[in-house]
Design a protein around this ligand. Structure first.
Ligand SMILES: Nc1ncnc2c1ncn2[C@@H]1O[C@H](COP(=O)(O)OP(=O)(O)OP(=O)(O)O)[C@@H](O)[C@H]1O
Length: 256
């Protein structure tokens, strides 16, 4: 059974960096001493095993699943079920069974945080997974491009309709800054995440730059100490912990 605070990472569309944010947030939380699980429900483009450098699936003991561990995080991924990148047509009951199995049949141990990489968008699968996870804190990932943030607004609204509480917006691929100069280049435009945060009555909790992959920066996708994104994810993890703590203390104080 899952314990701890559930943080689901959602996006309006694919390719904005949702899985990268999920993986790096989970690793940063673990580096800060928390016990963390990462669950990858992105059935369309499960990339967590590759990002976390996992070459094997989970084992089972007495009909229970032992999750895989990497970078100090315990992991279950749709990629462990869908082998060789095969296309799969997921139907509600089948998906429900897998979600239930990941939640109930895995030996998770005691957890502080569970980061969930959700399927992108507002289609049937995203809706089903949202429904199957009773409640969570949600982080919305977008690029600054107005189209991406407009589509993300729909995903955010779907989340709040389903008893999920939005923690904030992460603007990924915010700008590019060449190492040798201080100028920031806003390649995908500006203002998309602020617009989105306003529409969803939340805040922008991180702006992450575009970093061209170069040898040594990625492991293959987890940012190493000494890189700008390592620091940015560290700050994001601290902010997430604070926001959840504040929200929890406010809900305890709520009059009945
Ligand atoms: N800040 C960044 N700078 C440079 N490249 C990035 C950044 N964030 C993500 N990427 C790259 O962009 C690509 C898409 O990222 P990712 O797979 O995390 O997106 P996604 O939203 O989860 O997509 P999907 O839902 O389709 O799986 C990957 O190749 C990833 O390495």
């Amino acid at each position: 059974m899952l314990s701890g605070e559930i943080i689901s990472v959602i996006s309006g569309k694919g390719g904005v960096g949702k899985s990268t944010v999920s993986a790096n947030l989970a690793v940063s939380l673990a580096r800060q001493g928390h016990s963390v699980a990462l669950i990858d429900f992105d059935i369309y483009g499960s990339s967590i095993p590759k990002m976390m450098n996992i070459g094997f699936g989970p084992k089972s003991i007495n009909n229970k699943i032992v999750p895989v561990e990497s970078h100090g995080v315990t992991i279950m991924s749709m990629g462990f079920i869908v082998k060789n990148n095969d296309p799969v047509v997921w139907r509600g009951p089948m998906l429900g069974k897998v979600v239930e199995q990941f939640i109930n049949d895995v030996i998770w141990g005691k957890l502080d945080y569970v980061v969930i990489d959700m399927p992108p968008g507002t289609g049937d699968v995203a809706m089903d997974v949202n429904r199957l996870i009773p409640s969570s804190y949600q982080i919305l990932v977008t690029t600054p491009h107005p189209t991406a943030s407009h589509v993300a607004e729909r995903a955010g609204k779907m989340a709040t309709n389903n008893n999920h509480d939005i923690l904030g917006v992460v603007e990924n691929m915010s700008y590019f800054q060449p190492p040798e100069d201080d100028t920031k280049y806003y390649i995908f435009g500006k203002g998309g995440s602020e617009h989105l945060a306003l529409a969803l009555e939340t805040e922008v909790i991180a702006k992450l730059p575009i970093i061209a992959p170069k040898e040594g920066d990625f492991e293959p996708s987890i940012y190493r100490k000494g890189t700008l994104l390592f620091d940015k994810y560290n700050e994001l993890a601290e902010k997430v912990v604070d926001l959840i703590r504040n929200k929890n203390s406010r809900s305890v104080q709520k009059p009945v």
